[in-house]
Design a protein around this ligand. Structure first.
Ligand code: SF4
Length: 363
């Protein structure tokens, strides 16, 4: 398949792995920010292939996983209101909050539906004028532009029964939070490809300039990831931190100006609560007052108590890179994809699910 097979060439992958092994003469500690990278690294066996000197840690790049318990409880409270249809992407359905999951809320009679895009939610609002449709805006810079465009359209068409509960989050502030916490020693960051297609590779320049470590933006096929890791390992060993774009077919230095303009028009940057981190300053996207009619938080304010992690769950430490999923006592014994205790086991981008599906036994 074009654009896939050519980035899975086993001979080229083998050469890149030999190169990485030859350059990594000492341990190099890297974090892959993005949960899709974690899954791809495990699925293609790259960790084991690169050898013990390339130490990879999963980061907080799973939007479902970092959605706070309090925000999940707010979504559940919204689902309990009469004449409301909650729409969401599938992964959110099974994430446990203090009042259960959205799936359980649906079983109790709430109208909760899985959609494949925010435009599907807007369409549902047009088809159900007697109900109010709320879209759960969970995601990073990758998904937020489509949500902004949908709100812009709803506003332009004057749709009265559609709103968004925005818990969108921004990835560079979370990367700063990981580094500022100093809980895990890192020599470099494998930057998220899809996010960087929106914000641009230049958005990561603060890593070499302020933290003295390199960042390599990479796509999600094995050769993309290996090229990114090769650039990071070379940079660390040679002591010349910089930003490297190993995803040239998708990422421009300045990002996508159309998507960025749409984000700017509809959203404003605000503090946000992340699971495992607490409040990270200027790390979220809230809806501008000009679009207040489409802001579910303004239209339906709900109060919830602060909520912690599910008992025994170590997702917070996994998301900060402090622990590996193997270190959680519940991993595989109690917590499995069939019976997840925390969001990192639910989500298709969650580190615990990657380790469970492809990780084998801990080394
Ligand atoms: S294995 Fe389960 S309980 Fe443990 S951190 Fe991961 S999601 Fe939470």
């Amino acid at each position: 398949m074009r654009y896939v097979d050519e980035f899975r060439d086993p001979q080229l992958a083998g050469r890149l792995i030999e190169h990485i092994q030859a350059v990594a003469r000492r341990p190099v500690r890297l974090m892959e920010f993005c949960g899709s990278h974690t899954h791809a690294i495990f699925r293609f066996g790259l960790r084991q292939a690169m050898g013990p000197n390339v130490i990879m840690r999963a980061g907080p790049g799973c939007p479902v996983c970092v959605t706070s318990s309090a925000d999940l409880d707010r979504a559940l409270a919204l689902a309990g209101m009469p004449n409301v249809i909650i729409t969401t992407f599938g992964d959110m359905m099974r994430v446990p909050g203090r009042r259960g999951t959205l799936q359980e809320a649906r079983a109790r009679g709430s109208d909760v539906r899985v959609v494949y895009s925010p435009m599907d939610a807007l369409r549902l609002a047009l088809e159900n004028p007697r109900s109010h449709v709320i879209f759960l805006g969970v995601g990073f810079e990758t998904t937020a532009p489509a949500v902004a465009a949908t709100m812009y359209q709803a506003h332009a068409r004057g749709v009265p029964n559609f709103s968004v509960f925005s818990v969108h989050k921004l990835t560079p502030p979370a990367t700063r939070a990981v580094l500022d916490a100093g809980e895990v020693a890192l020599d470099g960051i494998l930057g998220p490809g899809h996010v960087s297609a929106i914000i641009g590779s230049n958005a990561w320049r603060f890593l070499p300039e302020e933290y003295g470590i390199p960042c390599a933006v990479a796509g999600f096929e094995p050769l993309d990831i290996l090229q990114g890791i090769a650039a990071l390992v070379e940079s660390v060993v040679e002591g010349r931190p910089g930003v490297f774009n190993a995803y040239g077919r998708g990422v421009q230095p300045e990002g996508n100006p159309t998507a960025l303009a749409m984000l700017e028009r509809v959203f404003q940057v605000a503090d946000a609560e992340w699971r495992g981190f607490g409040i990270i300053p200027a790390s979220g996207l809230k809806i501008r007052p000009a679009f207040a009619d489409y802001d579910a938080e303004r239209r339906f304010p709900v109060q919830v108590e602060r909520a912690g992690e599910p008992p025994g769950c170590r997702c917070g430490e996994v998301l900060r890179g402090v622990l590996e999923p193997y270190d959680c006592p519940l991993f595989r014994r109690v917590c499995t994809p069939q019976h997840p205790v925390g969001p990192c086991m639910v989500s298709a981008e969650g580190a615990c699910s990657a380790y469970y599906l492809y990780g084998g036994e801990p080394a």
